[in-house]
Design a binder for this molecule. Structure first.
Ligand code: ATP
Ligand code: MG
Length: 364
């Protein structure tokens, strides 16, 4: 069986370092591994509209931002197909048929949707499109017969939902859809990178991000004002690592060689953590170390992005060609789905002959 990746992001803002560690970095590694037959990366504008219906301009403006971030991080359009969700109408049609296979109560149990509803103050009036976006996400995944979906932890309930739809579809209409597998980051800190404000998730919608394209001075300012241990007031005080965002970021970004380069009095992160917990290590020193690591990580991405920004026409062309290619693949799956559901009235000559027979028999 072919190995196929489908993954994507909502164009609700530039991408941030949470996306990078949660999914983007992995996509580039998988792409470069050469192990996959096809890789589809989707800019989920239709999904972004489910909670931004009154702000289509925001979605429209951010499509190019996300595309630039992809390319700057090393997504290579020669090896990965980057496309825009709304340009593939087949995805909407698939969603419509999948809706019949999912109950309202099942959607209500989705923990990610629950917390997103809360975060958006949608409790009293949830847009139907937003409520059902896990179904449309199942359509996105299955349309490309994806076997592997590299995403952050918040997407686990979506993958569960997609698998249920695949099982249900295949058991009702016959083996047609491919079951996808989630691929989570191996490093625990990357599963759900917290925001600079200490909030559980760095998210475009919460405004607590360090963006991939952030300028050096803004990175420094954000790191220096980051949430740490509120009880660690004097340098001598013992500090706690629990919920300490600076250390979570170090878990996500720090590599052994960073010590040699930027903090040679320590040899490992464990040693640094132990000193912090013992007392005698100030937040500022740890933050300065983190700043150096983030500067080193983001500088090449920012520079590549600036190069790419010089030819925006070329980037839109990549998106257009990618969307054309993606549509061909989705159209084939939609044909398979409709065949399985027997929504193929005009191409099924046997059906038409049978109906003629039936009416002939009635007459006689
Ligand atoms: P929004 O607030 O508009 O939902 P978002 O920041 O949550 O935006 P998405 O486009 O919804 O970003 O997510 C895209 C991908 O990035 C998903 O695979 C998601 O799991 C991953 N991701 C997003 N935020 C984080 C994070 N803080 N840590 C790890 N992975 C993340
Ligand atoms: Mg999200």
């Amino acid at each position: 069986m072919s190995k196929i990746i489908l993954t994507g992001d909502r164009p609700t803002g530039r991408l941030h370092i949470g996306h990078y560690v949660g999914s983007l970095q992995r996509r580039v590694e998988l792409q470069n591994s050469g192990e996959f037959d096809q890789i589809f990366i989707m800019i989920a504008d239709a999904q972004a509209l489910t909670d931004n219906a009154d702000n289509p301009e925001k979605v429209r403006q951010n499509i190019i931002e996300v595309a630039l971030d992809y390319l700057a991080c090393g997504i290579d359009p020669a090896r990965s197909t980057i496309f825009i969700q709304s340009m593939i109408p087949e995805l909407t049609e698939l969603s419509f048929y999948y809706m019949n296979l999912v109950t309202v109560s099942r959607l209500q149990r989705n923990p990610t949707v629950k917390s997103e509803i809360q975060a958006r103050n949608f409790e009293a009036s949830i847009p139907v499109g937003f409520f059902t976006y896990p179904i449309s996400q199942a359509a996105d995944i299955t349309a490309f017969k994806a076997t592997t979906v590299p995403v952050g932890e918040d997407q686990a309930p979506m993958l569960e939902q997609a698998k249920e739809i695949v099982h249900k579809f295949n058991s009702v209409y016959g083996e047609t859809l491919v079951e996808p597998k989630i691929l989570l980051p191996e490093n625990e800190a990357c599963l759900r990178l917290p925001g600079v404000d200490g909030n559980a998730k760095m998210s475009k919608s919460l405004g607590n991000c360090i963006y991939l394209s952030e300028e050096p001075e803004d990175i420094r300012r954000k790191v220096m004002s980051m949430y740490t241990d509120p009880n660690h007031i004097r340098v001598e005080d013992p500090g706690s690592l629990e919920g300490n965002t600076v250390f979570t970021y170090l878990d996500a970004f720090c590599r052994p060689e960073h010590f040699e380069k930027y903090l040679p009095e320590y040899t490992s992160l464990d040693e640094l953590k132990a000193h912090y917990q013992r007392g005698g290590l100030g937040d500022v020193k740890v933050k300065k170390f983190l700043n150096k690591i983030l500067q080193e990580t983001l500088e090449p991405i920012r520079n590549r992005r600036k190069e790419l920004q010089k030819d925006i026409f070329a980037v839109y062309d990549i998106l257009k060609k990618g969307s054309e290619k993606a549509e061909q693949v989705a159209a084939q799956t939609l044909l398979d789905v409709k065949d399985a559901m027997k929504i193929n009235y005009f191409s099924d000559e046997a059906l038409i002959a049978q109906q003629q027979e039936r009416f002939n028999n009635k007459e006689s």
